[in-house]
Design a protein around this ligand. Structure first.
Ligand code: UDP
Ligand code: MN
Length: 344
């Protein structure tokens, strides 16, 4: 029930809106112009600095990065500099496929089969496994590989790229593919940092060191398709970095999300339940280009699964992972693992 004064205000508002609609109908071009000016004036308010999300700045990165011993190197071998000289000359993301470059890359960049590389004259801070879930995105994979090898080498990283392809059976399960990639890469010694990476995202800033932080890091927090603004602080998709301890602490991703969406929110819930805060680096460092693709069909059961995410933590994840490897191949630019995510 409204008081007479409130009724009066409501009537005035309705009258004002009616006049606006009338004005917009009679002067459509002018109205469109005014609306555009208002939107342009409001958009800068979405800047992350104004929203006040906590970020680590360039000067704080060195303290944030974790060091782990690479046993293949003598313990007194000198550490690589964190920001290599080549970084300053690195170019922005190129989204065009260059087939001849892809052919030349293994020799030109001295990449070992399986997509491995490490610097010869210094010891990297971490050995990093980049895990990519994959199915039927051939062109995006080409652009990704052509971008990532020079990018990671400029940072003097000891790294390997693992592409985990799901067989045609069943709908796509991004979380499970990440879990499989983690377990398979862990069979090799020394991988201590795992970067779970969509194939369609390309880091733009050479200063964005692909190593693990004190806390799990959301790496692609400034996406070009979101105008480089983090839409909401709970977003934890795209590219994330976990040390072995951080990932096993939350039992990895859930294995239960088939189809698009939910698995990244589920992982965020897992972190929250353990009072782990997500780390992010400043937006100017965390900039990514996203390659275009049509939107996948969302999984209608994702909201229901999310409600029980925390209860399932111990019984749904790395500890209960079942899969069947159909093929493992050391390709010139990556390790290819084809899997069936439901073995039975
Ligand atoms: N993906 C894939 N094939 C598919 C669906 C997904 O390779 O059919 C992988 C790919 O690495 C992709 C990631 O899963 O970048 C996330 O899927 P998508 O890009 O559709 O998610 P969105 O960008 O809409 O969040
Ligand atoms: Mn995508």
């Amino acid at each position: 029930m409204l008081y007479p004064q409130q009724m009066y205000v409501l009537k005035r508002i309705i009258l004002f809106l009616r006049r606006l609609i009338y004005l917009a109908r009679s002067h459509p071009i002018e109205s469109a112009f005014v609306v555009s000016v208002i939107i342009a004036a409001l958009l800068p308010l979405r800047q992350p600095s104004i929203k006040g999300y906590p970020y680590l700045h360039l000067t704080e990165i060195k303290d944030d990065l974790q060091m782990c011993l690479v046993t293949r190197r003598p313990p007194d071998f000198k550490l690589c500099p964190l920001v290599a000289r080549e970084l300053s000359t690195f170019k922005h993301a190129n989204i065009n496929i260059n087939d001849s470059l892809l052919q030349e890359m293994p020799v030109k960049f001295k990449i070992q089969s399986g997509g491995r590389w490490f610097p010869k004259n210094c010891s990297s801070w971490q050995r990093v496994a980049v895990i990519v879930p994959y199915r039927n995105r051939e062109n995006q994979l080409k652009v990704f590989l052509q971008h990532m090898h020079p990018f990671l080498q400029a940072q003097r990283l000891d790294y390997g790229i693992f592409v985990i392809e799901q067989s045609e059976k069943h709908s796509f399960n991004r979380g499970k593919l990440f879990n499989i990639g983690y377990l398979e890469a862990s069979k090799e010694p020394d991988f201590c940092c795992f970067i779970f990476h969509d194939v369609d995202l390309l880091p733009e800033s050479p200063q964005h060191i692909y190593g693990c932080s004190e806390e799990p890091r959301h790496m692609c927090s400034a996406l070009d398709s979101f105008r480089y603004v983090l839409p909401y602080p709970e977003l934890f998709g795209g590219v994330v970095a976990f040390t072995k301890e951080q990932f096993s602490n939350v039992n990895g991703f859930s294995n239960m999300y088939f189809g698009w969406g939910g698995e990244d929110d589920d992982l965020y819930e897992r972190l929250c339940s353990k009072q782990i805060r997500v780390r992010r680096w400043a937006p100017e460092i965390s900039r990514y280009t996203m390659l275009y693709h049509a939107k996948e069909i969302p999984n209608p059961t994702r909201h229901m699964l999310l409600r029980t995410s925390v209860q399932r933590l111990e019984v749904d994840g790395l500890s209960t992972l079942e899969y069947k490897i159909l093929k493992t191949e050391l390709k010139p630019l990556y390790t290819h693992i084809l899997v069936d995510v439901k073995p039975r």
